[in-house]
Design a binder for this molecule. Structure first.
Ligand code: C2E
Ligand code: MG
Ligand code: MG
Ligand code: MG
Length: 280
């Protein structure tokens, strides 16, 4: 939570608290209208394993009529607070599943997975499982290529219910990834209980992995931990070949980051994948 409520959010706080409040209220109202008017979009960032694209992460974008492209780091916390995240999260789910179904019909794109970020409030809805399965059924997406990214704080709330929901979805082939791993408070014993498939090394550790011995030690520990628990490990925020190679030296062979590509609109992502795989 500290991360999402961090630096970026401050842009919305003017010295005048009253103005800041008004701005929040205004943005919340605009979010609602924007959802109705189709001003939200999903971008997709490739995930690469060894020399192949294996899938992508769906990242939400808000094309604000006046502000331009607004970062999810700014509006997701607001949406969480106001409850709008439920409508927004549902839209993301349906849009990503529809994309998955569309790509499955294109030979060069079939088999790509899509990972969706799920926020705590969305996941803890009583009918979350039905919503996900409903989106899959309505769009014709193959659930075996759908991944859900959860955060440690989400997993720590109501563990029994969380595990139950995960197991129900896993029965349909849906995979689970633990996002921003290393920034939260999961204990090892606890991690072992969760039916996860993947750990994502937080980009905060990847950034200075070459120069900061502590970050390097954490990255190496996450890889060792994931491997010993039988999970795959992906590093996010990989910006240079040197970072990729360094992580590879630790046994991490799956990466995501600007070094490969920034998040792209769906059509551009499709072109990028075809080119990348052709070059490999
Ligand atoms: P996240 O899930 O950890 O996503 C990774 C973030 O890192 C994305 O920021 C991505 O654009 C950025 N990133 C990727 N590669 C690099 C890199 O090489 N360097 C740097 N500096 N950054 C990189 P983005 O798209 O702004 O999203 C921020 C956060 O907003 C996400 O963090 C996620 O927590 C949340 N978010 C995004 N889309 C959704 C959504 O559909 N639903 C929910 N609930 N949350 C979302
Ligand atoms: Mg994520
Ligand atoms: Mg992350
Ligand atoms: Mg995150």
């Amino acid at each position: 939570q500290a991360k999402t409520a961090g630096r970026d959010t401050l842009q919305f706080y003017s010295p005048n608290m009253h103005t800041a409040m008004q701005e929040r209220v205004q943005l919340e109202a605009q979010m609602r209208t924007s959802l109705e008017q189709g001003h939200f979009e999903l971008f997709y960032q490739p995930q690469v394993h060894a020399r192949k694209v294996i899938g992508c992460e769906a990242l939400l974008r808000w094309r604000h009529p006046e502000r331009g492209l607004v970062s999810p780091a700014l509006f997701i916390p607001l949406a969480e607070d106001s409850g709008q995240i439920l409508a927004l999260g549902n839209w993301v789910l349906h849009t990503a599943c529809a994309q998955l179904a569309a790509w499955s019909k294109v030979p060069l794109l079939a088999g790509l997975s899509i990972a969706i970020n799920v926020s705590p409030r969305q996941f803890h809805q009583p009918d979350f499982v039905q919503r996900v399965l409903g989106a899959v059924a309505q769009t014709g997406a193959d659930p075996r290529y759908l991944e859900l990214e959860l955060t440690e704080s989400l997993l720590l709330q109501d563990v029994e219910d969380t595990i139950d929901k995960m197991l129900q979805l896993k029965r349909h082939g849906i995979a689970f990834s633990l996002d921003d791993f290393g920034t939260g408070y999961s204990s090892l014993a606890y991690l072992k209980r969760l039916p996860l498939d993947q750990l994502k090394i937080d980009q905060g550790f990847v950034r200075d992995v070459l120069t900061d011995a502590n970050d390097a030690a954490i990255a190496r520990t996450v890889v060792a931990l994931g491997t010993s628990l039988g999970l795959s490990v992906i590093a996010e925020g990989v910006e240079t070949a040197a970072q990729r190679d360094f992580l590879q030296g630790y046994g991490c062979n799956t990466w995501q980051g600007y070094f490969f590509s920034r998040p792209l609109p769906a059509a551009e992502l499709a072109d990028w994948v075809v080119q990348f795989n052709a070059a490999a």
